[in-house]
Design a protein around this ligand. Structure first.
Ligand code: NOJ
Ligand code: NOJ
Length: 492
């Protein structure tokens, strides 16, 4: 097992006074610095010297005992490229903007090659699109693996559709036409993925953790979102028949997704109709439900601020709090601020980053997702201008409020002019920050992060400098910035 020294926890244990300089930096300036580190680490994992163009490695770790993550996973790649698309969107410098544009186009071109490369997930009728991971020279991975993983094409489509939306806003219709390519659907990177989703979403596949084969909440949410945003793009590209089909299938997926609310257990569940893969995930409550709901567009299957979503998130957090010893051992950071709970994939997890005959740990990208989740929930309340307190969401709100005394009556509507509204919004901002404080506490001093941090010691383990971590961190900061801007407006 690889263990990287994590100074902050070491300091907490042995030498709080001598190490205090490490945390002389205030939280806001740490965020700014860490944002640059995340960008640099993310870019360093794109197109490494021995790869073909448009490749994203999941991590530079490449020995089996590290473990070997030196592959291009379709999911990790799409999530990483979404971060690049957002950098492109907000880039002011024309040279840097051009560089990002070219990188995204190289990624899209490479994706198109992949889509027509025969592999172990299938061929011919495009079933091979669910192939989860590829070598950096673009050859398919041929060993046994949990395949297919059908969230991949959905995430890739979503990233490229979002890119197309940005291009349309910039007036670059030519490039969008090329990417969407209505005239030659077989040559359209976006349409090939959308057609695949529309035709095959009912088929079981492995979920994002590559462990269980069935129908999954997280995969279906991504598939529905790709189809709906894809239908909008199809309309823009005058491909109306396709738009109608994509919307019909998106509605059918929504019908399927409704079955994932378990009213007895009072949470969304992750998997239905399991047909293969591991069988010990009895709780069926999983952080992937939260991850899948982040970064919502205008027509989400369910809003983040929905009481059922908040109930699911709070149940998960409370379980993780009990489950991981570090949540009890390290409650406060070096600023004396309470840290949010370290969050892992699901309670029964046995994957320690290298071996599956072990026990799972908290993950950086999931802890960052919980930060983003809190910011995003607050933003949705700000837009709705009220909160309706219910038996389902009261626990989540109370946890965010912590020691702050605010009375919440079940059934009451707290309007945005009510003083308590601003108090709750600030508490959600603080709650989001508390998860990033947890991140800071367990990260290496150079700001880099491995996949996991040990549930007992807090030391990092598993694949080093995980690309997805950087994307998750940047994404959380994006949501935080939006929330802060709104809260400042409200207070003026
Ligand atoms: C490696 C996968 O990447 C990880 O998510 C999984 O838990 C193990 N294999 C076990 O299937
Ligand atoms: C294992 C994770 O479970 C999976 O989600 C991820 O795609 C791969 N590692 C690569 O990071």
């Amino acid at each position: 097992m690889t263990t990287t020294l994590r100074f902050s926890a070491f300091c907490a244990l042995f030498a709080p006074i001598f190490c205090s300089h490490l945390f002389a930096q205030d939280f806001e300036s740490w965020l700014v610095q860490q944002q640059e580190i995340a960008k640099a680490d993310l870019l360093a994992n794109i197109e490494p010297p021995d790869s073909v163009e448009g490749i994203v490695i999941a991590s530079p770790s490449r020995n089996n005992d590290e473990p070997n993550y030196y592959f291009d996973w379709v999911r990790d790649g799409a999530i990483t490229m979404m971060a690049i698309v957002k950098l492109y969107e907000h880039e002011q410098d024309t040279i840097a903007k051009d560089e990002r544009l070219n990188l995204i186009l190289r990624y899209a071109r490479n994706a198109r090659k992949r889509q027509s490369t025969e592999n172990r997930s299938g061929q011919g009728d495009a079933r091979g699109l669910g192939e989860p991971k590829w070598h950096v020279d673009n050859s398919p991975f041929v060993d046994d693996w949990g395949r297919p993983q059908n969230d991949g094409p959905a995430l890739r489509a979503r990233t490229l559709i979002y890119f197309a939306e940005v291009l349309l806003r910039e007036g670059n219709h030519e490039l969008v036409k090329e990417l969407y390519n209505r005239a030659m659907p077989a040559d359209s990177v976006i349409k090939v993925d959308l057609e695949f989703i529309a035709r095959h979403w009912q088929e079981p596949s492995y979920e994002l953790w590559e462990e269980v084969k069935g129908l999954h909440f997280s995969t279906l949410v991504q598939q529905r979102r790709a189809l709906l945003t894809g239908a909008f793009l199809a309309d823009q590209c005058k491909d109306s028949d396709a738009a109608v089909r994509y919307r019909l299938q998106a509605a059918a997926i929504a019908n399927e997704l409704r079955k994932f609310w378990n009213s007895d257990r009072q949470h969304f569940v992750q998997t239905h109709k399991r047909v293969d893969g591991l069988d010990y995930k009895e709780s069926n409550i999983d952080a992937s439900i939260i991850i899948a709901l982040l970064d919502q567009d205008e027509h989400p299957f369910v809003a983040i601020s929905d009481q059922r979503v908040l109930k699911t998130a709070e149940l998960l957090r409370a379980e993780m709090h009990k489950h991981f010893a570090i949540n009890q051992i390290y409650e406060f950071d070096h600023d004396g601020k309470r840290m949010g709970d370290a969050i892992g994939r699901y309670i029964e997890d046995r994957y320690d980053g290298v071996s599956v005959f072990s026990s799972g740990n908290p993950w950086f990208l999931i802890t960052a997702a919980f930060a983003e989740f809190n910011y995003a929930a607050a933003l949705q309340f700000v837009h709705a201008e009220h909160i309706t307190v219910s038996a389902y969401n009261a626990g989540f709100l109370q946890h965010a409020l912590g020691n702050i005394k605010v009375t919440l009556e079940l059934g009451e509507v707290i309007g945005h002019k009510d003083q308590r509204f601003a108090t709750i919004m600030n508490a959600l901002l603080e709650s989001g920050d508390s998860y990033l404080r947890r991140w800071r506490f367990h990260a290496a001093t150079d700001g880099s992060t491995s996949e996991q941090f040990n549930r007992h010691t807090g030391f990092m383990q598993g694949a080093k400098k995980l690309t997805w971590n950087c994307a998750a961190f940047l994404s959380a900061l994006g949501e935080r910035a939006k929330l802060k801007a709104h809260l400042e407006q409200i207070s003026h």
